[in-house]
Design a protein around this ligand. Structure first.
Ligand SMILES: Cc1cc2nc3c(=O)[nH]c(=O)nc-3n(C[C@H](O)[C@H](O)[C@H](O)COP(=O)(O)O)c2cc1C
Length: 308
């Protein structure tokens, strides 16, 4: 029996929970075993940035977090790992996913499957697919970073995103129910999730609307700058990191991925390994200059401020 887990971060019985439940109802009708958690119900400590996990990873060791066993992360991530389908449904706050979701995903480094494989903790990438949802009181203009951020988080977990939706003009809890098109779209997301779960993993494809980036379907693009290893592209997808340039195609602007444009693409394991190498290189630079850093830091350590 296939398992589908929804992760929400909105109000109890609010819009994001309602849309997640619509997705789950469709999945359950197709025979999946479904479940939902709201991140507000769990103890999730914010990442301190101590880098214990990345230092262990650099040595090829199990990258356990310093908080292992001290909050609910292990419990949640165990279920996350076991699910065949994931539903992420998070409200937009200040153009981005609500903060608790960020706290949640900031803790994912030690759970990143591509890195766990490298450390020998996992033997293969679990075959998981996801759909993502954001809800906001405004229009797309005030929700611009939410879907790309949610989608990006899935790639950190090597989960293939197959569809996404944005429900606009839903400020008060339950207001989404006044828009049948959003509820129908959520049901479609549920059907697409089930379709993807039942497709051989190497054949799983994007089932949503085409976006500017042909790799991840995001419309968020930025001017490129040279990477740590010297590669550079004129334009990069701000979400997945694919590199290329804009071209005119029959009067339309098109983003064309360069021949080597997937080298830093976060969707692919190789792209994420590349980033691990970048972290190791940056650490090396710090270790080689440790005495300089120590002496130059003194001035800032001695400069004491009162706080509030
Ligand atoms: C602090 C705060 C910031 C918000 N920022 C935005 C925003 O930038 N864009 C937007 O469209 N809606 C914004 N909203 C509205 C919520 O996204 C909206 O109420 C949503 O329906 C909440 O989802 P829920 O019902 O699942 O809790 C904000 C709400 C709060 C409380």
């Amino acid at each position: 029996m296939k398992k589908v887990l929804a992760v929400t971060a909105g109000r109890k019985n609010g819009n994001t929970e309602i849309l997640a439940k619509e997705v789950l109802m469709a999945a359950e009708e197709s025979g999946a075993v479904v479940n939902m958690i709201n991140l507000h119900d769990y103890d999730i400590k914010p990442c301190t940035g101590c880098e214990t996990c990345t230092m262990k990873m650099g040595k090829g060791e199990n990258p356990d977090c310093i908080y292992k066993g001290k909050d609910d992360m292990d419990r949640i991530m165990e279920k996350f790992l076991q699910a065949d389908g994931i539903v992420i449904s998070v409200p937009s706050f200040v153009l981005q996913p609500q903060g608790i979701y960020k706290v949640f995903i900031d803790r994912w480094l030690p759970y990143e499957v591509a890195l766990l494989i490298k450390a020998g903790v996992l033997s293969a990438i679990p075959e998981r697919v996801a759909v993502i949802i954001t809800v906001g009181g405004s229009t797309q203009n005030w929700m611009t970073l939410s879907l790309p951020a949610l989608q990006m988080s899935m790639f950190m977990q090597s989960i293939k995103v197959v569809d996404q939706m944005m429900a606009t003009k839903c400020a008060r809890p339950g207001q989404v129910l006044l828009y049948p098109a959003f509820v129908d779209r959520a049901r479609k997301l549920g059907n697409n999730l089930v379709e993807a779960i039942n497709t051989p993993y190497d054949k799983v494809k994007w089932l949503g609307e085409e976006g500017w980036c042909p790799v991840c379907h995001s419309n968020l693009m930025m001017r490129g700058e040279p990477h740590w290893d010297g590669t550079s592209y004129e334009i990069e997808c701000a979400m997945c990191g694919a590199g290329g340039s804009f071209k005119l195609d029959k009067g339309n602007v098109k983003f064309v991925v360069a021949e080597d444009g997937l080298k830093h693409c976060r969707i692919f394991t190789e792209g994420r390994f590349n980033h691990l190498l970048e972290i190791m290189e940056t650490h090396k630079h710090a270790f080689q200059n440790i005495e300089t850093i120590k002496s130059m830091s003194e001035k800032y350590k001695k400069y004491k401020l009162q706080g509030i």
